[in-house]
Structures are given as structure tokens and as C-alpha cells.
Design a protein around this ligand. Structure first.
Ligand code: PRP
Ligand code: ADE
Length: 170
């Protein structure tokens, strides 16, 4: 399926000069939603996945769907101050800002095979921080997958060494 017609460009959001990729047209279409989830699962093939890590907040849309389909657990990486238990953290820069990401200290077991999922790979700062958090806890990132990769922002360079998959590339 061609998912491109379901992605809407919003100019100068959330800041001047940024063209925001709005995925809500894809999400509200039952067929596109189902096919996108299945296509993301298809990127994994037969590899056993123990945990799918989703990134606050748009990564939380597909990550639990993927976890359920893969027979894996779902783990949240959240922006700072949202997780209630003991956390470890990483600061990061993204296309239009910066922040701190956190994960619960007991979210990943040593040796867990981890799929990292987010909706968009832009500069790669977010996904790089997530991979660092997973590895600090002893997990192995087996793939990072995204609905959209903004290739011109070279986020893939920051994820050098991890297999990166995306349904759409711009
Ligand atoms: O590759 P990068 O330049 O790091 O950008 C990608 C990140 O930016 C967006 O999240 P955002 O922080 O806007 O949060 P949201 O999901 O809550 O909207 C997107 O969902 C990714 O997490
Ligand atoms: N251009 C963009 N569109 C949607 N989400 C993003 N996250 C970072 N850059 C983005």
C-alpha cells in the first residue's frame, strides 16, 4: 500500500522553517492503520523480539500494536518527570527542540532483544537517546523502525550500526 497520500505536510509547525509530517490522516483510516502496523511488523521477519520500546508520545500509537503482534512486551520511554518509578535518563536534541528522556530502571532485562519504534526519524537525536537508554540497561537494539524517515536530516547517521527501517522516506 502507498501510505504517502495519508501523510499531511504542515508548514512552519511547530516552529518557522519546519515542515511537520502529520500522521493523523493515516491513523483515522482503518485500512491504512491496519496495513501500516502489519508492514512495520513485517520489517522484523522471524527475529524474536522480547520488548518493543515506544517513544513518548507518538511512538505510543503503534508500539503496543507491534508488541502484541510480535508476542513481546511494551516499554515506554517518556519525557522527563512522567515515569513514577526509579529511572535512568538521557538528554537529547531534536529537529525543533531539546529535552530529557527517561526509562524505568527495570524496564529491560539483560540480553533482551529490543525493537525501538517511533513515528518519525528526523535528526535522529531522539532515537539515538532511546538506543542509549536500552543499552545502558543491557538490552540489544535489533532494529529501529519508523513510519517516516526524513532522510535529508540524516538521522540515520546517528543510528549507524542499527538496522533502520521506515515505511516512507522523504
Ligand atoms: O529525529 P528527531 O529530530 O529527534 O525527531 C523525532 C522525534 O520528534 C517527534 O517527537 P516530539 O518530541 O515532537 O514529541 P511528540 O511525539 O510528543 O509529538 C517524533 O515523534 C520523534 O520522537
Ligand atoms: N518534521 C517533523 N514532522 C513530524 N514529526 C517530527 N519530529 C521531528 N521532526 C518532525
Amino acid at each position: 500500500m502507498d501510505f504517502e497520500p495519508y501523510i499531511r505536510d504542515i508548514k512552519d509547525f511547530p516552529k518557522p522553517g519546519v515542515t511537520f509530517k502529520d500522521i493523523t490522516p493515516l491513523l483515522k483510516n482503518a485500512t491504512a492503520l491496519q496495513k501500516a502496523a502489519n508492514a512495520l511488523v513485517g520489517f522484523i521477519g522471524n527475529t524474536k523480539i522480547d520488548k518493543v520500546v515506544g517513544v513518548d508520545s507518538r511512538g505510543f500509537i503503534f508500539a503496543p500494536m507491534l508488541a502484541e503482534k510480535l508476542g513481546a512486551g511494551f516499554v515506554t520511554v517518556r519525557k522527563s518527570g512522567k515515569l513514577p518509578y526509579t529511572t535512568i535518563s538521557e538528554s537529547y536534541d531534536l529537529e525543533y527542540g531539546k529535552g530529557v528522556l527517561e526509562i524505568h530502571a527495570d524496564a529491560i532485562e539483560e540480553g533482551d532483544k529490543v525493537l525501538v519504534h517511533d513515528d518519525v526519524l528526523a535528526t535522529g537525536g531522539t532515537a539515538e537517546a532511546v538506543c542509549k537508554l536500552v543499552e545502558k540497561l543491557g538490552g540489544e537494539v535489533v532494529q529501529c523502525n519508523f513510519l517516516i524517515e526524513l532522510s535529508f536530516l540524516k538521522g540515520g547517521d546517528k543510528l549507524n550500526g542499527y538496522p533502520v527501517k521506515a515505511l516512507l522516506r522523504y
